[in-house]
Design a protein around this ligand. Structure first.
Ligand SMILES: Nc1ncnc2c1ncn2[C@@H]1O[C@H](COP(=O)(O)OP(=O)(O)OP(=O)(O)O)[C@@H](O)[C@H]1O
Length: 274
């Protein structure tokens, strides 16, 4: 996926995927027995992203379960998208460690993940060719690509649109195609950045169904949303960010009945907390 963000300032301290990874790994705190018991779980320690003298992300500790759907919520500018890009390895943190299970965040973990943006980034080719492109990039043979493409288009309800140019699909169809392309690589982790924000209710529900099925099949889903109804429908747990910090991370049933942080409470009640 192309990254459209401007590059941030170079990191003061390289993170685990950088050349000084050995030193970083040696300094990394030991995972708790609970975190260790969940291979593939996301673990974040002392994660800081600074740019132009500002601390945009500052998360001391976060451990996400290896499975299920984690919803990431917070006001505009809270740092949600940056956090997603950090854990996908698109941005290098200024300080701190990110690991998936025991594997430090880097090319090896990114290759097992797929990221879907709010605005689908599609090639000026047919729907089928968009899916085929990522499979070809992974070196799959022609027959496997053909079968996988057909399977993915059917999974998102676009089997009748395979030959249609992607740019002529509706917004909802384009987003389902983006999802088909993301799922075609059979990711261990699916990252969604407000992937349903500009869609009508039927398209939102269609995508939610696919996301739920994907999570049930074992893919970890991390989903940024401003839609509280959607978060209630999908979340197993919620990570709430406020001004770049983690205000709280709790199981969804507890978060929605009684958030512990003032910022999350204000958000759920529709109050503005600056
Ligand atoms: N490349 C960059 N350089 C400097 N500042 C940036 C950069 N990218 C984002 N920011 C700033 O970091 C803050 C967090 O941005 P981010 O996109 O993560 O917010 P968000 O929580 O996803 O917001 P929204 O809900 O509006 O999408 C914002 O104030 C933004 O202006």
């Amino acid at each position: 996926m192309p990254e459209r963000l401007r590059p941030l300032s170079p990191p003061a301290v390289p993170h685990a995927a950088q050349p000084k990874a050995k030193q970083a790994a040696a300094d990394r705190p030991e995972p708790s027995p609970r975190d260790r018991a969940r291979p593939g779980a996301l673990r974040v320690e002392g994660l800081v992203l600074e740019a132009q003298g500002q601390r945009l992300v500052d998360i001391e500790h976060l451990a996400l379960p290896a499975g299920g759907v984690t919803m990431v919520m917070g006001l505009n500018g809270a740092g949600k998208s940056l956090f997603l890009r950090l854990i996908h390895g698109l941005i290098t943190p200024s300080h701190g460690w990110i690991s998936w299970g025991e594997v430090p965040c880097g090319p090896a973990t990114s290759a097992t993940q797929a990221l879907v943006f709010q605005k689908p980034v599609l090639l000026r080719r047919s729907a089928a060719a968009n899916v085929d492109f990522v499979l070809r990039a992974r070196g799959l043979d022609r027959a496997t690509r053909r079968d996988r493409t057909a399977e993915m288009l059917a999974r998102v309800g676009l089997e009748g649109r395979a030959r249609q140019p992607a740019r002529l699909l509706s917004g909802g169809e384009q987003q389902r195609l983006a999802l088909a392309r993301a799922l075609a690589i059979r990711p261990q982790v699916l990252l969604l950045d407000e992937a349903t924000a500009s869609l009508d209710p039927a398209s939102v529900l269609a995508i939610e169904r696919i996301v739920t099925d994907t999570a049930r099949a074992g893919t970890k889903v991390i989903f940024i949303t401003h839609d509280i109804g959607q978060a209630r429908r999908l979340a197993d747990d919620v990570a709430f960010l406020h001004r770049g910090r983690l205000a709280e991370h709790r199981p969804a049933d507890r978060f929605f009945v009684g958030p512990q942080s003032e910022s999350a409470l204000a958000y759920l009640e529709g109050r503005i907390l600056l």
